[in-house]
Design a protein around this ligand. Structure first.
Ligand code: CTP
Length: 397
């Protein structure tokens, strides 16, 4: 519920502006007061009359005149809300925000505000994928601007791909998350999970037994504390949690690319069981059984995602957490692994078969930090996740 919350809704100029009308209704249904701002381009797609009728308030437009300024100055308007939502957020509006331009009412409000901002981007797929837009998105994320969507699908322009504005109810859910005062609200965290599949040929691959249970529980626990979670998952048995952005990958190299694509983030938790090696020159045609000759697979090393991110010079997350599944000298090995990889914490566990941890519901972990080793009692993986999420919240506070 959004009872007595005040939303300043900036409607940019894109075909998705029609969905902003429904968004106003959905927000008001939940008790929010919506103050609309319609850009000049936005007014080409929806009329000020429909916007004000649905919002039950006057619309602030580009022609913000002296009467408006006397009623409520633009600085005051920019700070009068609990949250500013920009839907649709066009490539142009995002570029202005990333560079701090203020040449109309919407961009001036966005520059003058000290309130949280949530963008619902909408644009043509090529515009979304353009390096300029991607650069602007990285800048905006680093500035702490929240984003919901865009979704992939058929677009009004006839193309297919990412760029469609999130649906009104998805935006409402993101508004609710953003306003929920969880200790991780406003924090963006990437979590890797599950196994990776390394191809041998188009039908065969090398994998491992990771179910993805622990990584999924961690992503869910972080989201429950209000974090915006990017969940990068290999082909796992456990379905991904709700309320997170899911990026599905196959190989270690795909996983690294997805993690790097999610940066900048405040924290990164690497729970995936990444294959250490891949098949060198995997065949793009199915290998045939040839009489008398067994295939010989040659391996090469995969990138170490945890070490790569922990040792980055730019956009290194403030907190980098790795896992260490060990069968011998758990504490010593995990402590050495923490130093070798350059991460802040290692969650270590003993995976000898007699512990029943691999594939089971329980886990017994030791948290290794710069201050030493802290053994946690045996508990369920869901409880480990909740405790770890709480510790992450304390570290990022
Ligand atoms: N990891 C990773 N990328 C890899 C391998 C591992 O991100 N290519 C991460 C895992 O997600 C985990 C941590 O590194 O958080 C530890 O993985 P592990 O496989 O145990 O470490 P190794 O470097 O393989 O060490 P060792 O083989 O000595 O156990």
């Amino acid at each position: 519920m959004l009872a007595s919350t005040r939303i300043l809704l900036i409607i940019g100029g894109g075909i998705a502006a029609y969905k902003a009308l429904d968004l106003i209704r959905r927000l008001r249904e939940r008790g929010a007061a919506v103050t609309p701002v319609l850009t000049r381009a936005g007014a080409e797609f929806v009329t000020p009359l429909s916007v004000s009728a649905l919002a039950g308030q006057k619309v602030y437009g580009d022609l913000f005149d002296l009467t408006d300024e006397a009623e409520m100055g633009h600085i005051e308007l920019s700070r009068s809300a609990d949250l500013i939502v920009v839907a649709p957020a066009t490539a142009d509006l995002m570029a202005k925000m990333a560079t701090g331009q203020a040449d109309d009412l919407a961009s001036t409000l966005l520059l003058a505000t000290d309130t949280d901002v949530l963008l619902a981007p909408a644009m043509n797929v090529r515009m979304w994928e353009h390096p300029a837009t991607q650069r602007n998105i990285a800048v905006l994320r680093a500035d702490g601007i929240g984003m919901v969507g865009p979704n992939s699908g058929d677009m009004a322009c006839g193309e297919y791909g990412p760029g469609r504005m999130a649906e009104p109810l998805e935006i409402v859910a993101a508004v609710e998350d953003k306003l929920a005062a969880g200790p991780l609200a406003g924090k963006r965290i990437v979590v890797t999970s599950g196994p990776t599949h390394e191809p041998i040929d188009p039908v065969r691959y090398i994998a491992n037994r990771s179910s993805g249970a622990q990584g999924t529980a961690i992503a869910r626990a972080l989201a429950a504390l209000g974090a915006e979670v990017v969940f990068v998952s290999g082909p796992a048995d456990t379905p991904p949690p709700g309320g997170v952005e899911v990026v599905r990958v196959q190989s270690a190299r795909d996983m690294l690319a997805a993690v790097e694509g999610a940066l900048p983030v405040d924290a990164a938790v690497f729970a995936a069981a990444v294959a250490d090696w891949r098949v060198k020159s995997a065949s793009d045609r199915k290998l045939k059984k040839t009489q008398g000759a067994l295939p010989v697979l040659e391996f090469e090393e995969n990138p170490d995602i945890l070490a790569t991110v922990a040792q980055r010079e730019t956009h290194r997350p403030r907190l980098v957490v790795g896992f260490a599944a060990e069968t011998d000298d758990v504490i010593d090995n995990a402590t050495a692994k923490r130093a070798r990889k350059g991460c802040d914490w290692i969650v270590a566990n003993d995976v000898r078969p007699e512990t029943g941890i691999m594939g089971g519901t329980d886990n017994a972990v030791t948290l290794i930090t710069a201050d030493g080793a802290e053994a946690w009692p045996r508990m369920t993986k869901v409880e480990v996740a909740a405790r770890l999420a709480q510790r992450v919240a304390e570290a990022l506070a």
